[in-house]
Design a protein around this ligand. Structure first.
Ligand SMILES: *Cc1c(COP(=O)(O)O)cnc(C)c1O
Length: 367
């Protein structure tokens, strides 16, 4: 069976270095707020070009903390609205509603699966305070027009960069395009820890300071609490792993591009729609390679029978979830079609050329 993502193989690529760094960290006796997290935050600043990076416990917390900080700073208030792509992962929406703000879902562009920037302005009301862009499946979404809309209406641009670390728009890295960004280092992400991990990046000094306090019980100084905060830390062991893996990320993203290019050039089946490859190859890090098929479920079963594991990202859109009854009646036909037709092929950097060829041949033989 070709696994969708062989995490053991992904991490064993760096086995010696990771084990050495973990052992050193374990033996140091220092497990939180130490050298490893500091090094990782500095490296993430260097990597993205952002002024600040703050480690968090996971990606959802990174996004929650950004909105919580804007609320504490008076930039956003309970009941305000944030525009968000309708076809995102649930975490983007949870980060908004957890802070008692209202998500306003927007349909994607069917070619890129990313938010259709042309549909944003008509949804802006006097209560709109932000736009959460999601660089979905690893592809950067940004434009001068988006920036102009945000400036005109005084909206914060929050990036959900859980899937696209390393992607660029016009030479600028995702995570440094908007006002603040949330990253996830969940094990299956392009840069994965060996447990939960996340981070926020921003160029805003005050926001960074507020997030750092909020993630630490609302405290800048031990036992002095400015805010009703939470506990959301990136620990030393996870940081140790991330410090080893970050220098290899660009190479691994390049291998994903190579596999994506191979699929795009060689999968030829009229029943399958391939993802559109962007002109600027740096804008996509192929966290996921998504094909569309009207008979998606039959195709998935056929691939399983051919020894190929695939996944669906995602089977149910957020507005159709039981948790979001208030959105269940929304009419979002593109989002719904996407969720019924998408299938994610393996695209991880540890796939061999032979496996990629086998997957391609199987797809070409699907009738
Ligand atoms: C993974 C993911 C998150 C959440 O990250 P966690 O670390 O799992 O909390 C948020 N948004 C998107 C788009 C994701 O893919």
């Amino acid at each position: 069976m070709i696994k969708f993502l062989d995490l053991q193989k992904v991490n064993l690529l760096h086995q010696e270095e990771i084990e050495k760094r973990l052992l050193e960290t374990f033996r140091s006796g220092w497990y939180l707020f130490g050298e490893q997290v500091k090094q990782f935050e500095d490296s993430l600043c260097n990597y993205t070009g952002s002024k600040h990076a703050i480690g968090t416990a996971n990606g959802l917390d990174a996004l929650r903390l950004i909105i919580k900080a804007y609320t504490e700073l008076g930039v956003m208030q309970h009941g305000d609205e944030i525009i968000v792509p309708a076809n995102t992962y649930i975490a983007s929406i949870l980060a908004i509603t957890d802070n008692n703000l209202i998500p306003v879902p927007i349909e994607p562009d069917a070619d890129t699966f990313n938010i259709n920037i042309g549909l944003i302005e008509e949804k802006i009301t006097s209560r709109t305070k932000g736009i959460m862009i999601v660089h979905l499946y690893g592809q950067a979404v940004f434009s001068e027009k988006l920036k102009a809309i945000a400036e005109k209406h005084n909206l914060k641009i929050i990036e959900d960069n859980a899937q696209a670390i390393g992607a660029q728009w016009n030479g600028i890295k995702t995570g440094n395009l908007g006002d603040a960004a949330g990253f996830s280092f969940y094990p299956g992400k392009n840069l994965g820890a060996i447990g939960d991990a996340g981070a926020v990046t921003t160029n805003d000094d005050e926001l960074a300071k507020t997030i750092r306090a909020l993630a630490n019980y609302g405290s800048h100084q031990k036992y002095v609490n400015h805010y009703k905060g939470l506990n959301s830390r990136l620990d030393e062991m996870q940081s140790a792993v991330l410090n080893v893996k970050l220098p290899y990320l660009d190479n691994e993203n390049q291998r994903r591009r190579e596999i994506a290019r191979y699929y795009t050039q060689n999968i030829k089946n009229s029943a399958i729609i391939l993802p559109k490859v962007p002109e600027d190859e740096n804008s996509h890090v192929w966290h996921l390679y998504i094909i569309r098929c009207k008979e998606r479920d039959r195709l998935q079963k056929y691939l399983t029978d051919s020894g190929i594991q695939t996944l669906i990202h995602y089977p149910i859109p957020p507005h159709r979830q039981e948790a979001y009854k208030e959105m269940n009646e929304l009419n979002l036909p593109i989002t719904e079609a996407i969720h019924n037709e998408v299938l994610s092929l393996p695209v991880s950097p540890v796939l061999t050329d032979e496996e990629v060829k086998h997957i391609t041949a199987a797809l070409n033989n699907f009738k």
